[in-house]
Design a protein around this ligand. Structure first.
Ligand SMILES: [Zn+2]
Length: 439
């Protein structure tokens, strides 16, 4: 008999982690950080002994799935971390960034120690774990290297969705359909929500940039370093190289995003058909006239010397830190500024306040007038929406015995739960924290 304990992301969208126990082996699937304000206390301790864990199977590098690997290794984990090669490379960047922001976590070489325990596998490659457990990763279409996990153990097949991406996401391939499972553990982030198609994102970006050029204004795009910045660059490259917009300076002002872009540029073997076609034609997808990178702080400050129009892509995505802060402190009070949101803005963040057009916004310790023109491109999303989640589940050819919904706020989760019951007649459950399922 085996068991699966839901030790994170039950009614939240962060903190993903599951503990699988079978034949004396203890395996974690993801080791995510809680990032929602009300749940940060859950990060303080693990509900297990880190040194007793034999393996971690890691779906992808986002902090809400990987962040607590730092604490896991610090507190005695010496097993193996099994994941994909791009995830290992991205993990190194995100864990170093986290440790830089929270140095109290542990010594500076902690991310190196994590990396030493990592082993890379390709999508579709069968991996054997002692104890007659086998698994393989499949492309989740979410960010570079992200995977679903198909796992066989105790004569049963369990599928962990990880985060499910959207068909039509630029650069990377669409999610690989998974077709069989006894039990499915599935994310529900956007249950009850609908995203516009990804192609709309490029059209909106073009319209915004074209009017910025006409009005000669500065454009600031707060952006996540992983995935979103590369998607923006991909669209800018298409717009410029295909002659849809006149070139204008586009500056990536984020050391982390620049490092991530290098990882994306290296792994062409994981690109989708459109991206590969551009490469074959000799078009480097992250390179176009007037694209600049500001790696150093000095380079970032020199952006001020440019005369508009220009575009700055900088972190953090929700304006909670990073170089976007200084730019917006200076330019948010001006009507000659465009701010373009391309990602989710959580409640209580400065990004949300700007988006809601509050007249004054707190940035670090300063209060700044908000007179800029605000845009939002909703089509950018790394997560499948309600219908796309249902389509993903619809690929299973035989009905799974049970579906467990995780990684979603209570409302989103219950909307998806209801829809799955109605559409597919499946047994579906929204597990509470520490629910132990024996199979
Ligand atoms: Zn993710």
């Amino acid at each position: 008999m085996g068991s699966l304990t839901f030790i994170g992301a039950c009614g939240t969208v962060t903190g993903s982690a599951y503990l699988l126990e079978s034949k004396g082996k203890k395996i974690l699937i993801d080791c995510g950080l809680y990032q929602e304000e009300d749940f940060l206390a859950y990060n303080r301790s693990f509900p297990f002994e880190p040194k007793e864990i034999d393996y971690v199977i890691l779906t992808h590098a986002h902090l809400d799935h990987s962040g607590r690997l730092l604490e896991l290794v610090r507190d005695g984990f010496r097993g193996e971390i099994l994941t994909t090669q791009p995830t290992i490379e991205l993990l190194d960047i995100v864990l170093n960034d986290r440790l830089h922001l929270e140095p109290q976590i542990g010594p500076r070489n902690l991310p190196d120690k994590v990396r030493e325990l990592c082993w890379a596998f390709e999508y579709g490659e069968m991996v054997d774990i002692p104890g007659d457990i086998h698994f393989r990763f499949q492309d989740a279409g979410h960010i570079l290297g992200a995977a679903n996990v198909e796992l066989w153990c105790e004569g049963k097949k369990i599928v962990f969705s990880g985060d499910i991406g959207r068909p039509g996401t630029p650069i990377i391939r669409d999610p690989t359909p998974v077709k069989t499972a006894d039990y499915v553990i599935m994310e529900s982030t956007y249950g009850g929500r609908k995203h516009p198609p990804f192609s709309l994102a490029k059209r909106q970006l073009k319209a915004i940039v074209t009017s910025a050029q006409k009005e000669r204004v500065r454009v600031f795009i707060p952006s996540f370093a992983i995935g979103r910045t590369q998607e923006l660059l991909y669209f800018f490259n298409e717009l410029v190289e295909d002659g849809e917009i006149k070139p204008l300076p586009v500056i990536v002002d984020s050391p982390m995003a620049l490092k991530v872009t290098k990882v994306y540029a290296r792994h062409t073997e994981l690109y989708d058909e459109e991206a590969l076609k551009r490469l074959e034609r000799g078009d480097k997808i992250f390179s176009f006239p007037l694209l600049f990178s500001a790696a150093s702080r000095k380079a970032s400050q020199r952006i001020e010397e440019l005369s508009p129009p220009y575009v700055v892509i900088a972190g953090s995505g929700m304006v909670t830190g990073g170089r976007i802060i200084e730019h917006l402190k200076r330019h948010l009070p001006s009507r000659k500024t465009f701010v373009v949101f391309v990602g989710y803005q959580a409640k209580g963040t400065p990004g949300r306040a700007i988006l809601e057009r509050l007249p004054r916004v707190k940035l670090n310790h300063s209060t700044v007038e908000n007179r800029a023109r605000i845009f939002r491109i909703e089509a950018f999303s790394a997560h499948a929406d309600h219908n796309e989640l249902l389509i993903w589940l619809g690929h299973f050819q035989e009905k799974p015995k049970r579906v467990f919904l995780t990684h979603g706020e209570p409302r989103a989760r219950s909307k998806l739960l209801k829809a799955i019951r109605e559409k597919y007649g499946l047994k579906v459950e929204a597990p509470g924290l520490n629910r132990k399922f024996v199979f």
